[in-house]
Design a binder for this molecule. Sequence first.
Ligand code: ZN
Length: 201
Amino acid sequence: MRRAVAGPEIERLIQLLARLPGLGPRSARRAALHLVKRREDLMEPLAAAIADAHEKISICSVCGNVDTRDPCTVCADPSRDPSILVVVENVADLWALERAGVVTGKYHVLGGTLSPLDGIGPEQLNLSGIIGRVKGSSIKEVVLALNATVDGQTTAHYITDLLRETGVKVTRLAYGVPVGGELDYLDEGTLSAAIRSRTPF
Ligand code: ZN
């Protein structure tokens, strides 16, 4: 058995850090040591920021985004174009598109994609909300920014059928999104090209 190099408090910190995406046991150890060394100017504010965010986190009742206010910062932003609604699979995709800085409109987060094999049907997703948001609103175009996977495209077709009666224009991402590709892993340039070259669905 490997002997512990630190007390249980620090070992626990390392174990928790190792659960973060992109951090293996080695980098978790390095991060923990960094925090310990910079106790005053990093560890303390980080602990406070985590506690603060943890207390205030909520799901936006309008779009399904995660934020510390409801409606979320994106929904509440008056400078956004109310005629464009971008549908994404999850919050990571919303954040990825925001990083690329190409979306002028607002978002709708589905919380997943239709996946009959995994037992994920329309009821499990934030789908009914889309119709409600589009009907009687100023939304003129719905952009389906979904992954180029089988499930993503199945979901895109489903939403297109769902929206047919509203007469709203439905577009989807075109160039740049590789088949089988996930939006979260694309670079900003590819994402912004995909948004700009979207095509009618
Ligand atoms: Zn929102």
